[in-house]
Design a protein around this ligand. Structure first.
Ligand SMILES: C[S@@+](CC[C@H](N)C(=O)[O-])C[C@H]1O[C@@H](n2cnc3c(N)ncnc32)[C@H](O)[C@@H]1O
Length: 364
């Protein structure tokens, strides 16, 4: 918060226009007003925006903040912003629709020469000894006190990245920059980066720690790396296929790529270990968050181009429901017709009403 507040104080000029993308409770919007903004638009699809309205009024900003409940990509402003502030990343900046949203905001919502907060994020990487994550997520698949053979599940578990809160002492190499995303220029949602990580001490490498350093504005930054005070982001832990014993001076070459597919990232991480005194071919792992998901052949087949979705009662109910949406009928009226046509499908009138409300909310 303090870094964001400093960056806003620096960027806001008297009377300027600020868009707060992913406003949540609207704290950045209120701060922008306090620092002199003349007009602020708080943008968020979430209902939290109702609280943002109340907080804006309680802080004397109601006359300057307007609210847009929706995604920034659907926002059509009458004027462009001088400053756009956002915090819509997850534990790492390559997260869901973050990059496409910022590219759209820069191209369509920001005036030429305007300020983007954050300005630039750099993902940082280090080898990590993370016994806790290994014990929690992987070991139970390989050994357990019930003497059940669960080993078939381990190939999924070792391809799942998890949130981590690690200490500097858990790192086996120096932290180094992996990838910089400069929001003033970025256009590509996907990224591939390479690093050679060198063990600074002997230990067990369970995987890699990825954090990020954000430069919100020139000279104003914060970091999520191991050792900083606890924060909402934490770090990401990318496990290796199995723990690897390293000695100081051993190297690991890694290639990490992230590809945005249907709203979420598929992460691939390949590693090759160069250990002193090794003989034979080097140890190599090829891992992917895609391999961390369990898909049944049936559900994969349902996604194929050739699949013909079967007609079903559930589909007929939704088809009728949507066909009754005409800008005149109430939810209750639609639910009544549904309940009359499919009396065995709904347990009560309110059951039908809930179904209609949930289905139609997707099209607001
Ligand atoms: C981490 S919260 C931000 C909270 C807020 N800025 C604060 O300081 O408390 C992220 C918010 O961004 C919103 N969001 C994500 N992508 C968005 C987009 N493209 N446009 C508007 N809101 C978005 C989510 O609904 C969520 O409420």
């Amino acid at each position: 918060m303090s870094a964001y507040a400093d960056a806003l104080r620096k960027a806001v000029t008297p009377g300027c226009t600020v868009f707060d993308i992913g406003a949540g409770q609207g704290i950045f919007s209120i701060l922008a007003c306090k620092y002199g903004a003349g007009a602020v638009v708080a943008i968020d699809p979430d209902d939290t925006i109702a609280l943002a309205r109340e907080l804006a009024a309680n802080n004397g900003c109601a006359d300057r903040i307007t609210f847009f409940q929706g995604l920034s990509t659907d926002f059509q402003p009458s004027v462009r912003a001088d400053v756009i502030v956002s915090d819509i990343r997850g534990g790492l900046p390559l997260f869901e629709h973050h990059i496409p949203s910022i590219v759209d905001a820069r191209e369509r919502l920001l005036r030429r020469g305007g300020t983007l907060i954050p300005m630039r994020d750099t993902i940082r990487i280090a080898l990590a000894e993370n016994t806790k994550a290994y014990e929690l997520h992987e070991r139970p698949w390989l050994e357990n006190k019930f003497d059940i053979d669960l080993t078939a599940g381990h190939r999924f578990a070792c391809n799942v990245r998890t949130k981590a809160e690690m200490a500097p002492a858990d790192l086996l190499s120096e932290l180094q920059d992996l990838l910089t995303i400069d929001y003033r220029h970025v256009t590509d949602t996907d990224a591939t980066a390479f690093a050679t990580l060198s063990a600074t001490r002997s230990g067990t490498a369970h995987g890699m720690n990825l954090s990020f350093q954000s430069e919100l504005a020139e000279g104003i930054s914060f970091s999520t790396e191991p050792g900083v005070p606890e924060n909402v982001y934490g770090q990401n832990f990318f496990p290796f296929q199995r723990p690897v014993e390293l000695a100081a001076g051993d190297h690991v070459d890694v290639e990490i790529s992230a590809r945005l597919v249907d709203g979420s990232y598929i992460w691939n991480w390949n590693s090759e270990f160069r250990r002193q005194g090794q003989s034979g071919a080097p140890l190599k792992f090829r891992q992917s968050s895609f391999l961390g998901k369990i898909y049944s052949p049936q559900s994969l087949a349902r996604q194929s181009r050739q699949f013909i979705p079967p007609a079903s009662e559930a589909q007929q109910i939704d088809q009728l429901c949507l066909s009754l949406v005409d800008g005149k009928r109430s939810l209750e009226a639609i639910a009544g017709e549904l309940n009359a046509k499919f009396p065995n499908r709904f347990t009560s009138a309110s059951d039908a009403l809930n179904h209609v409300a949930n289905l139609t909310a997707r099209y607001r």
